[in-house]
Design a protein around this ligand. Structure first.
Ligand SMILES: Nc1ncnc2c1ncn2[C@@H]1O[C@H](COP(=O)(O)OP(=O)(O)O)[C@@H](O)[C@H]1O
Ligand SMILES: [Mg+2]
Length: 402
């Protein structure tokens, strides 16, 4: 946990890479948060990640599910994630399933059960997962919408009053997000969306509200993998720029005649577009640029979109350029970015991570057309603008792009 000097509100770890950057810090302690989104949008996974990152036997978490599905079934899926630590289950984190209470009694019994457990355990974190899905007792009509609303409001008031950081997960649509009274009492309101574009799933997170903290507005793309959620902040790479050295040294392209034409090479920190029809030698030129850097002790990154790294390296070998050795020595990374559902921010994150890892001074993107194709359709629409951002971010780190 980190401590914010100015306001003195302790923050909890998010457990999610990129999320703290979006929030402008960690999760405010003792806040009441709503995680809203459609089924499958990642609410449960996000809540699990937060809980596993923070709960300890001394500062335990209670995780209530009011879904029809038993906790054991939910856990069977959730334990696939890398952050899932079985040693914490039952000690630092207790999972409590209230579906029986929903089936056999009524909503006020659910509220009583939650209150009892919280008061007995005095937890640091409380999660109530998907109250929206508690619908019907067998043989009876589901609770009327007004009854459900009233229940959620009472639950929300409890969650704000406990000395715990609390999370309410619910299936809300965009319209409700702006006129549901429950949201007015929330300190944090997070909205998760997933849209299928052609064949790709594009997931986005919006911090609709976060009291006492300057979060980054707008929609941030995120991905779910076996590591859980990973958020790619929209402002990625726009902060932490390093000033370009002046005068800027020239980088040799590896081709003496070209260096002479360029007045000694490419100015360090520039981005250079190599244009030409297919087969005109763009890739070879770029490979020579990277190989020349390696010869001079300047690490490099090649982001390939059109062929596999092994093929790329093999082609370089056929021109007498050895890429395999520097890859093994950690001087070069050949990034393979083929998926067709990438977001620009995700690609940028990979590039910046790789640049930092090898200390790259030269970067090749081969090719822009391949890059554009690897993006989910929705991100292709503003490809030019995105490219501007990528170039700004990478050259801001003192890297020369080709
Ligand atoms: N290993 C994985 N790799 C990629 N996606 C996964 C993986 N495991 C689960 N998912 C996706 O994560 C989502 C899980 O969402 P979940 O947290 O259960 O959503 P919610 O609680 O909002 O209904 C699903 O859309 C599922 O497809
Ligand atoms: Mg869920």
């Amino acid at each position: 946990m980190s401590h914010d000097e100015k306001v003195g509100i302790p923050r909890l770890a998010t457990g999610v890479s990129g999320l703290a950057a979006v929030l402008g810090g960690g999760l405010p302690e003792l806040s009441f948060n709503i995680l809203a989104g459609s089924p499958g949008s990642g609410k449960t996974t996000l809540a699990h990640q937060i809980v596993f990152a923070n709960a300890t036997p001394d500062r335990p978490a209670l995780y209530f599910s009011v879904l029809g599905e038993p906790a054991i079934k939910m856990l069977r899926y959730q334990q696939q994630f890398q952050f899932f630590d079985p040693a914490k289950v039952g000690t630092a984190i207790r999972f409590i399933n209230l579906s029986q209470v929903v089936l056999e009694q009524d909503l006020s019994a659910v509220l009583d059960a939650i209150s009892r457990e919280v008061e007995a355990a005095n937890p640091a974190l409380v999660v109530v997962d998907s109250f929206r899905t508690l619908v019907r007792k067998v043989g009876t009509a589901p609770p009327a919408e007004v009854e459900l609303q009233a229940f959620v409001q009472r639950l929300a008031l409890h969650l704000t009053s406990w000395q715990a950081t609390t999370f309410l997960l619910g299936e809300y649509g965009e319209v409700e997000l702006h006129n549901n009274p429950v949201f007015t009492v929330a300190d944090g309101l997070y909205w998760l969306t997933q849209v299928v574009e052609r064949n790709a799933i594009v997931r986005k997170l919006q911090v609709v509200k976060l009291r006492g903290q300057a979060s980054v507005p707008g929609l941030h793309t995120f991905r779910i993998t076996e590591a859980g959620l990973q958020v790619f902040p929209r402002t990625l790479g726009l902060t932490a720029r390093t000033a370009k050295r002046s005068p800027r040294p020239r980088l040799s392209t590896g081709i003496a005649a070209l260096d002479a034409m360029l007045g000694g090479g490419i100015p360090a920190g520039d981005s250079v577009l190599v244009a030409g029809p297919s087969g005109s030698g763009k890739s070879i030129l770029a490979t020579q640029f990277i190989a020349e850097g390696l010869r001079r002790g300047e690490p490099g990154i090649v982001a390939v979109f059109e062929e596999r790294p092994a093929e790329y390296a093999a082609r370089a070998t056929s021109f007498g350029l050895d890429l395999a050795t520097p890859v093994q020595a950690g001087q070069l990374q050949i990034l393979y970015l083929r998926p067709l559902d990438l977001s620009v921010d995700e690609t940028l994150q990979e590039l910046l991570d790789a640049v930092a890892t090898v200390g790259a001074q030269r970067l090749v993107i081969d090719s822009l057309a391949g890059f554009e194709l690897a993006l989910a359709a929705t991100f292709r629409q503003d490809f030019r603008e995105s490219l501007y951002r990528v170039i700004g971010a990478v050259t801001g780190r003192g890297v020369t792009i080709k």
